[in-house]
Design a protein around this ligand. Structure first.
Ligand code: PEP
Ligand code: MG
Length: 609
């Protein structure tokens, strides 16, 4: 072979040798560190020099895949894989997403309007609706995004109809955020830069002006981004398999990875995971994701469906107990059939039902049309309805006439609810369904509030058993969501069969931060490192967590086997879940779409202790 040719050949062989050396070294490093490596190297005159190696950064999806592949290759065990996966990342496996390329193009074209709080993961796009009614009407013609200053229980039907919810006000546990997460709907809250002009029917920011009813808006609830225009969203494969049942498990690698993680986590964890759900549909979804019961069934949303709001308003606006009882008799069968549906969906699993909690004024009509309708129903003048609505006004409703205070002033409401729950359980039992209700009293601060309420509930139960010739009973527990309740938990435990920590209110009352108004300053607190996190998102372990710990300890000093759960939004936050494991809670409860996150976090909690 001629000289120059030999040199080329030799050069190639040298290159191949160095390349092999690089691969061998990379493999050795990966096997040594038992994780994917990000390496830096140089080749000088045919010699390989390794400059640096460190654990490689990865996207959520890649992280899950790498962990599972390494178990398959025998490099790490299941426990190590479970510890490596960021529990929060599982939400990304479940949420619909925008096409990243399309999103970039929108950003370049100046269509990124603003960024709010990423309150409910997932991507949603639709025409702008400015009210719940409008959202319902428009949804028949195509996808809708409900855009509001903030939402209240009145907006529920509109939230159901919308693909996603965008609010200018509100924090991570505002009504919009909590309800959207419960429904698995994308939600961006606290987008305070947005200007919502109801009179001119526009949503704008600077030059960008969108018209309600006509223009599209797109929200990414995983990042908080708000775009002008229509981006395309795709449903997650896991949901297609488990919820929509339009994709076979064997046809989705993503689903199979998800199922593997859940199986491993279930083998390890000691803490149970329940869900917050108040409809058979939500209960079904959560069960498909692995929920082991309902930890919080908020009953107030049940009052808004269909015609029942009229009967409920009639009850609230009645002059006396007799009027209230007449209206409640109309609501009873509806609420009973709701509970029957939920018991059927959760057959054999516990269902923790909370008695009515929000202030009554949230239910009454504040617009003239609604008030006129009520005047007709009640047979009184419009003026009289206005007067009764005004009487319900409170300056600080979160600390006003709500929670167990409602049942103390209007026992007939909670008696109706107790009856609906117990009769539903008795009815479904006849069909072979195992209903396991637990009934919970909200906002207790003093043991006597619970004693009184429980007395009413047990009286009603005795009547029900007498009428039916049954011997039905169910646990009666309380929420611990007021600091005084936590500090006197030993007394309260004497009356309660179980505790469920309402850490949303406990954070609100313990910190003195309004759940609905703290969006205006909490981001600054986090940015200025006064707080590490938004305490409504991740539990403030030193303060609010200490109240949880004290309450658990005190409660169990009275009743050593007292069951402890949590149903505030923190039940779906991995760091908080680990804290709850440490202080001995039996279960956490979270919105259906966070159940897998809580399952993995509970397993990690066991593995880390
Ligand atoms: C809570 O306060 O933590 C809770 C679960 O109840 P709500 O969010 O309905 O007030
Ligand atoms: Mg509460």
């Amino acid at each position: 072979m001629a000289g120059p040719l030999r040199r080329v050949q030799g050069h190639r062989e040298g290159k191949a040798r160095t390349f092999k050396e690089l691969l061998d070294t990379a493999t050795r490093l990966e096997q040594h560190f038992k994780d994917m490596q990000d390496i830096e190297f140089t080749i000088e005159q045919g010699k390989l020099y390794m400059l640096q190696t460190r654990v490689g950064k990865r996207t959520a999806m890649a992280g899950i895949r790498i962990a599972l592949d390494m178990v398959k290759e025998g490099m790490i065990d299941e426990a190590t894989a479970l510890k490596r996966i960021n529990a929060d990342d599982l939400v990304q496996l479940l949420a619909p997403i925008f096409d990243p390329k399309e999103k970039k193009a929108f950003e370049k074209a100046g269509k990124l309007m603003t960024k709010g709080l990423n309150a409910g993961p997932g991507a949603a796009t639709g025409r702008i609706a400015l009210s719940a009614e409008e959202a319902q009407e428009m949804a028949a013609a195509g996808p809708v995004v409900l855009v509001r200053l903030e939402t209240s229980p009145e907006d529920l039907a509109g939230m159901v109809a919308a693909e996603g919810i965008l609010t200018a006000r509100g924090g991570m546990t505002s009504h919009a955020a909590v309800v959207a997460r419960g429904m698995g709907k994308p939600c961006v809250c606290g987008a305070s830069a947005l200007s919502i002009d109801i009179a001119n029917r526009t949503v704008s920011i600077g030059e960008v002006v969108l018209k309600a009813g006509e223009d599209f808006i797109s929200i990414d609830g995983s990042t908080g981004e708000v775009f002008a225009g229509q981006l395309s969203a795709h449903p997650a494969e896991v949901n297609q398999v488990l919820v929509d049942k339009i994709l076979k498990a064997e046809d989705s690698e993503t689903y199979q990875r998800f199922a593997t993680i859940m199986n491993w986590a279930n083998k390890v964890r000691s803490m149970k995971v329940r869900t917050n759900a108040d409809s058979p549909h939500d209960a079904d979804v959560a069960r498909a994701f692995g929920a082991e019961g309902i930890g919080l069934c908020r009953t107030e949303h049940m009052f808004f469906e269909g015609d029942r709001i009229l009967a409920f308003r009639e009850m609230i606006l009645s002059k006396d107990a007799e009027g209230r009882k007449t209206a409640l008799a109309k609501i009873l069968p509806m609420q009973r059939s709701d509970f029957e549906g939920i018991f059927e969906a959760m057959n054999g699993l516990p269902v923790n039902i909370r008695l009515i909690d929000p202030p009554l004024h949230e239910f009454v009509p504040h617009d003239e049309k609604g008030q006129e309708e009520m005047a007709k129903v009640l047979g009184v003048s419009l003026e009289e309805v206005k007067h009764r609505v005004e009487k319900l006004h409170e300056f600080n409703p979160m600390m006003g006439h709500r929670g167990c205070r409602l049942g103390i002033t209007y026992p007939e409401i909670i008696r109706m609810q107790m009856r609906a729950i117990c009769e539903a359980a008795i009815n479904v039992a006849k069909k072979g369904i195992v209903a396991m209700p637990e009934v919970m009293v909200p906002l207790v601060g003093h043991v006597k509030e619970l004693t009184y309420t429980k007395g009413e509930m047990l009286d009603e139960l005795a009547l029900i058993n007498q009428e039916n010739g049954t011997d039905f009973s169910c646990p009666i527990g309380t929420m611990i969501e007021i600091p005084r309740a936590a500090l006197t938990a030993d007394q309260i435990a004497a009356e309660a069969d179980y505790f469920s920590f309402g850490t949303n209110d406990l954070t609100q009352m313990g910190f003195g931060f309004s759940r609905d108004d703290s969006g205006s300053f909490l981001p600054e607190y986090v940015a200025k490192k006064i707080l590490e996190d938004d305490p409504f998102q991740s539990l403030d372990q030193q303060g609010i967590g200490e109240l949880v710990r004290i309450a658990g300890e005190k409660g169990r000093s009275t009743k050593p086997d007292l069951k402890l759960g949590v149903c505030g939004e923190h039940g779906g936050d991995p760091r908080s879940v680990k804290f709850f494991h440490k202080v001995g809670l039996n279960y956490v409860s979270c919105s259906p779409y966070r159940v897998p996150v809580a399952i993995l976090a509970a397993a990690q909690a066991t593995l880390e202790n």
